[in-house]
Design a protein around this ligand. Structure first.
Ligand SMILES: Cc1cc2nc3c(=O)[nH]c(=O)nc-3n(C[C@H](O)[C@H](O)[C@H](O)COP(=O)(O)O)c2cc1C
Length: 139
């Protein structure tokens, strides 16, 4: 049985390209073995991540990620059983919000700023769908 989990968190310190690369490297190395796919988005001190896979794999990985000292205030936005994956092509895709048109953010938020703590899980999914369509997610 497949599930999708979405959470938001705040970076514990400064996030530079090296730190993001290290997280993505671990994800791309570890996730295929446990059958987890998804996307990771970072902007303005906040992360949002979508994890898809078996309920046990997603739950165990989430438990590992929550304890990672590189972020804090991890907030669960969404958890559901799914019949199919949305991000099957991504061991962990990266959303580059600097490439995203402000109109896309404004479509789903009160202001043209990315704040996943003010968004529902389903709104985050809709935003990510738009980003896939505009190729703003890289493998
Ligand atoms: C925001 C965030 C997202 C992460 N996502 C993943 C992930 O999808 N897969 C993963 O294996 N580790 C992820 N990590 C890293 C884990 O917390 C942990 O450091 C890693 O799994 C340890 O494995 P390693 O020793 O192989 O790097 C993430 C960490 C952070 C801060």
């Amino acid at each position: 049985m497949l599930v999708r989990l979405i959470y938001a968190s705040r970076a514990a310190g400064d996030v530079n390209a090296e730190l993001l690369d290290a997280i993505l490297r671990s994800s791309r190395q570890n996730n295929p073995a446990i059958g987890v796919t998804g996307v990771l988005c970072y902007s303005g001190g906040m992360f949002v991540q979508v994890l898809e896979g078996s309920r046990s794999a997603v739950s165990s990985l989430y438990n590992v990620i929550v304890r990672d000292p590189r972020h804090e205030k991890v907030e669960l936005l969404h958890f559901e059983e799914i019949v199919e994956r949305h991000f099957s092509g991504w061991t962990m895709g990266q959303v580059n919000l600097s490439k995203v048109n402000a109109c896309v953010l404004l479509k789903y938020s009160a202001r043209a700023e990315f704040n996943p703590f003010e968004m529902s899980g389903s709104t985050v999914m809709r935003l990510l769908d738009d980003l896939i369509a505009t190729a703003a997610i890289s493998k």
